[in-house]
Design a protein around this ligand. Sequence first.
Ligand SMILES: Nc1nc2c(ncn2[C@@H]2O[C@H](COP(=O)(O)OP(=O)(O)O)[C@@H](O)[C@H]2O)c(=O)[nH]1
Ligand SMILES: [Mg+2]
Length: 391
Amino acid sequence: MTDSTHPSQPNTPRKPEWAPADADDAFASRVVQGRESRHDGLPYADPPPPQTPARRRRQLSVADYVRGVLAGDRMTLGRAITLIESNAAAHQETAQEVLRQLLPHTGQSIRVGITGVPGAGKSTFIEAFGMHLLAQGHKVAVLAIDPTSSVTRGSILGDKTRMEQLSREENAFIRPSPTGGVLGGVARKTRETMLVVEAAGFDVVLLETVGVGQSETMVRSMVDFFLLLQLAGAGDELQGIKKGIMELADAILINKADGDNLIKARSARADYNMALHYLAPATEGWRTKAYICSALTGMGIADIWQVIEAFRAQTGESGVFARRRQAQAVDWMKAMIEEHLRQRFFNHPAIKARLPQVEAAVTHDQLPVTTAVQELLTLFEETGSRSQESD
Ligand SMILES: Nc1nc2c(ncn2[C@@H]2O[C@H](COP(=O)(O)OP(=O)(O)O)[C@@H](O)[C@H]2O)c(=O)[nH]1
Ligand SMILES: [Mg+2]
């Protein structure tokens, strides 16, 4: 918005009147943009106005990242997560150093995984639950994990609008799932993001996952408490599929217990509690139970937080809480080693060259699988497993 203090010609609004007539565009636009962003001495609006790419992309040092995250600065937090999500080797190196320095400040949150079939009400629940937690003085980070594909990025953006209230809150932070790459990559990025938001002072991390595929086991391996959102009367087939997931849950929450659905929800709760008697507990010493809630009316929302707090107190006292986290860290390390070895193996030029023939031989019963594996591993080791190629 040009104004009377900077009169300009209609077609070149960015050129100040005192600019030389032959000044090129670069000169004119540079000068005027700087003036426009501070015109009349007004303070910057919040959020700050767009800056030139050169300024916005100013590189942050490791110290900048660490200081900004620890101060809870949202912009730096967002950039730190972007750094973690980058696959560029140089970024990963910086990210690892940032993480190393943040590590002593992590781990103070309760990590809650939330799963349930699409439509179960996860996003609506997180909105209501998150607002409840904020009212209690907590700082809430919501991370999504969706290793299925980049297609769902759209749906998570949709989720963000469903969490409209929460996303506007100063003490809430919502981050969609990292996209692309292998399962292990998504897991690494999400775990590391979790650490960074903890360092930024978020004391409740809600990790939402789409209720399909391997994502639930993955989330279970990252969280302290695993919450399964269910629907009453969703059909027996569905419940059968979900049995494996039930065994991972620390609580089963039957959502949409409102209106005509309330009666059904109550009886579903009884059914689940019955079924849970026959399942091994997901967490040593903790009895998984079924509860009802309505993300729409807020009924049962406060109660589920009490359940989670009781869980933390009990498992904290018994040592199960700390032991699980330690085991998770070690499992994570081993999983990453496997992932790296796997990538290095399959990206190795000699393996890439030989694999198709070996595959063909195995396909046509010309080579036993064990022999094929031995041959490839020998080739991998002999041609130098620590060769130059990237992973
Ligand atoms: N009646 C009722 N509807 C709900 C409740 N929670 C969610 N819904 C609705 O169910 C639909 C799916 O919710 P959503 O949060 O997007 O589910 P998600 O796919 O699991 O994230 C939306 O239309 C919500 O408005 C609830 O507690 N009661
Ligand atoms: Mg959702």
